[in-house]
Design a protein around this ligand. Structure first.
Ligand SMILES: CC(C)(COP(=O)(O)OP(=O)(O)OC[C@H]1O[C@@H](n2cnc3c(N)ncnc32)[C@H](O)[C@@H]1OP(=O)(O)O)[C@@H](O)C(=O)NCCC(=O)NCCS
Length: 184
């Protein structure tokens, strides 16, 4: 894959089938695609950011950031949760996941997002600026994360003035707010 040929853009309603196909192929099962479908229709997840990556005309990667909030702050700073990230198997390990993360963070920064959270591979996301153990930094996840997985709940500040100044439980969108999404 020639990375110069990759195009990344925000998705619209006409992209739904492409998005679901990327999710199904990347994960190898349908559950994540169903979650994405529900999240795209979740009003409490707006303002969300959904990006598709294309190689020629084929959709090969997708990333979704949904809105969250910090409990006990009024108004809450604008924060987002990254979930999920998906790259079709033939295109994995060539840098596309990283491209989608970087592009997403750039657009969120422009939107005014202060922090981005992710629950995921603890060796992967720190390559793109995420810090382990967001709970230990004062941002417990919507459901308790077992101590042995504490480092998998990560945060990245997009502004200098948030970490250490704001603290509180992270409140996610209605669709994400189910215990099954926060377990192994
Ligand atoms: C995880 C996923 C999104 C990564 O996308 P990708 O395009 O393959 O990743 P990149 O090419 O940007 O990877 C960059 C680096 O991370 C490493 N990496 C990739 N997947 C990894 C993983 N699961 N765990 C740890 N490191 C990983 C790569 O080896 C590469 O390392 P290097 O920079 O030292 O060479 C992709 O493999 C995927 O869709 N997997 C199935 C779905 C999934 O698990 N999604 C994540 C949900 S949290």
């Amino acid at each position: 894959m020639d990375m110069k040929q990759i195009q990344i853009r925000e998705t619209g309603e006409a992209d739904l089938n492409d998005i679901l196909e990327v999710e199904k192929q990347a994960f190898g099962y349908d559950k994540e695609a169903e979650l994405v479908h529900q999240l795209l229709n979740d009003k409490s997840a707006a303002l969300m950011l959904s990006l598709l990556a294309f190689c020629d005309d084929e959709a090969i990667g997708h990333i979704l950031f949904t809105k969250a909030a910090i409990e006990g702050t009024d108004p809450s700073p604008l924060v987002h949760i990254l979930a999920p990230l998906a790259v079709k198997p033939d295109y994995q390990k060539q840098g596309l996941g990283g491209m989608l993360i970087r592009e997403g963070l750039k657009k969120l920064k422009e939107l005014g997002t202060k922090m981005v959270f992710v629950l995921g591979h603890m060796e992967y996301y720190p390559k793109f600026g995420f810090t382990h153990d967001a709970g230990g930094l004062g941002f417990p996840a919507p459901y308790p994360i077992p101590a042995k997985h504490a480092n998998a709940w990560m945060v990245q500040a997009l502004r200098d003035d948030v970490l250490g100044r704001v603290q509180g439980d992270v409140k996610c969108s209605d669709v994400l707010n189910q215990p099954e999404h926060w377990q192994e």
